[in-house]
Design a protein. Structure first.
Length: 450
């Protein structure tokens, strides 16, 4: 405890770090306040039906990532996810479209152009999503909830929803520039954490009333949650970079030197993207159930119903397999052994015992293929952990914190932010946050968690 207090004092002594932390907290407070501002023309007293609709299922996940703004009919209801979707599209286009490939090679000027195109695409996505959100409001909420109606309400609400999401994006960029950590990632993390107290209170209520098991079961759930969180931290910290010696053992080369060097490969190079892709695909069976025959007849409707059950065997088995496949797919399109080998050669680097050129490319490709398997299995297991929590009796919203995208985002963002704070401390010759060793986060200003 004494060491922690001393570290906090050191953080406060560093003027630049203190200013960045306070700026980050201030901008996050603006974001959380905006999530409570209801769209003009909607009566906040009639939002109970919308909150019930987002208690679980797909809309429950969307509400979690928006920090509850979705269920509040807030000006921030669409959250930051449209920007994430646009970023994913641009990232994939950078692999297939020559124009974006040229921009990626142009350095800082190309990055600015890509960011501008991403913003334009975000606006297009928002204009398409906002009417769908308003349609859901009209379907879910009672007529008395709408103070304003007609074309004016629709047009003004679309503009406000789009502007709200763009403002969140601006807040994220300001946090990255003037604050600490990656702004977009921190905003997503804060949105997830904001739902934790409500989820915990709901779980507490379910345990102390009736035959919920009482406080003993709740304490066991919390212990399991902390164990899963700690194991995920250890696994993520241990898969940041691969020693050359271990890589050579993977490919069967027994001749490796005594100098401990690293190659830029990770066990989980795909991050949370395979989970996001797989979830998008798994939404299709749910849509088939919603628009299927009303009597539930037909083999297609039966299959779709089996694949839309969050806690069912078929849903989770297919979800696991798809995550493994998408991990290999996303790693293959984002990790380019040829480019890595060329960059190593340009910077005077090499892998001891491996000839530059094609031999290095083959070596990197083989290692990447081998280490992707445990990474994909780890992602798949983390993704289906909430289903096991639900089966064990945990309420749906609280169960989302036992794994899935939420857990990986929380772990990744926390490690990256702590790593940046530690970098500031070590640069000024203060002790780091952990005396046993440096926090193994990403590089300062690391990529977003998505």
């Amino acid at each position: 405890m004494k060491g922690l207090i001393e570290t906090l004092k050191n953080i406060w002594k560093i003027e630049d770090l203190r200013s960045r932390i306070l700026t980050t907290i201030g901008l996050l407070l603006v974001y959380r306040l905006g999530a409570k501002v209801v769209l003009p023309g909607i009566d906040p007293a009639h939002l109970d039906a919308l909150k019930s609709q987002t208690a679980d299922g797909v809309l429950g996940l969307l509400n979690m990532f928006s920090g509850g703004a979705f269920a509040n009919a807030s000006i921030f209801a669409l959250g930051i996810m449209p920007y994430i979707s646009a970023s994913i599209v641009i990232q994939l286009m950078g692999i297939a479209v020559p124009y974006f490939q040229r921009l990626q090679r142009e350095g800082e000027s190309g990055r600015r152009k890509i960011n501008q195109i991403t913003r334009y695409l975000t606006v297009i996505i928002l204009v398409l999503q906002a009417p769908g959100y308003l349609l859901n409001l009209h379907t879910t909420l009672p007529e008395a909830a709408f103070i304003l109606k007609g074309t004016f309400f629709t047009v003004s609400s679309v503009v406000i929803l789009a502007a709200g999401s763009m403002f969140i994006m601006w807040l994220g960029e300001k946090i990255t520039d003037k604050g600490i950590g990656n702004g977009i990632s921190i905003i997503i993390m804060i949105g997830i954490i904001a739902r934790l107290p409500f989820s915990f209170i709901a779980e507490l209520g379910s345990r102390i009333e009736g035959h919920g098991g009482g406080l003993i079961v709740l304490v066991l759930e919390i212990v399991v949650l902390f164990i899963i969180f700690a194991l995920t931290i250890l696994l993520v910290q241990g898969t940041r970079k691969i020693p050359v010696q271990y890589a050579k053992r993977i490919v069967g080369n027994k001749q490796y030197g005594g100098v401990r060097q690293y190659i830029p490969l990770k066990v989980n190079a795909a991050g949370v993207m395979p989970i996001i892709f797989a979830q998008a695909i798994m939404f299709l069976p749910m849509a088939a159930v919603s628009y299927g025959s009303s009597d539930g007849s037909g083999w297609l409707t039966s299959v779709a119903a089996a694949l839309s059950n969050f806690t069912g065997f078929y849903y989770n088995a297919l979800f696991f397999v798809m995550i493994v496949l998408f991990t290999y797919f996303y790693t293959a399109i984002t990790v380019n052994p040829t480019q890595m080998a060329e960059d190593m050669k340009k910077n005077g680097g090499f892998i001891p015992g491996i000839k530059p050129g094609k031999k290095t490319i083959d070596f990197l490709d083989t290692v990447m293929s081998r280490i992707t398997l445990p990474g994909s299995i780890f992602l798949g297991l983390v993704a289906i952990l909430p289903a096991f929590a639900m089966i064990a009796g945990v309420n749906n919203e609280f169960a989302q914190f036992y794994g899935g995208t939420s857990l990986l985002i929380l772990v990744g963002v926390v490690l990256d932010t702590l790593q940046q704070i530690e970098s500031h401390l070590l640069m000024r010759h203060y002790d780091g946050l952990m005396k046993s060793g440096r926090i193994k986060g990403k590089t300062p200003g690391g990529a977003a968690a998505y």
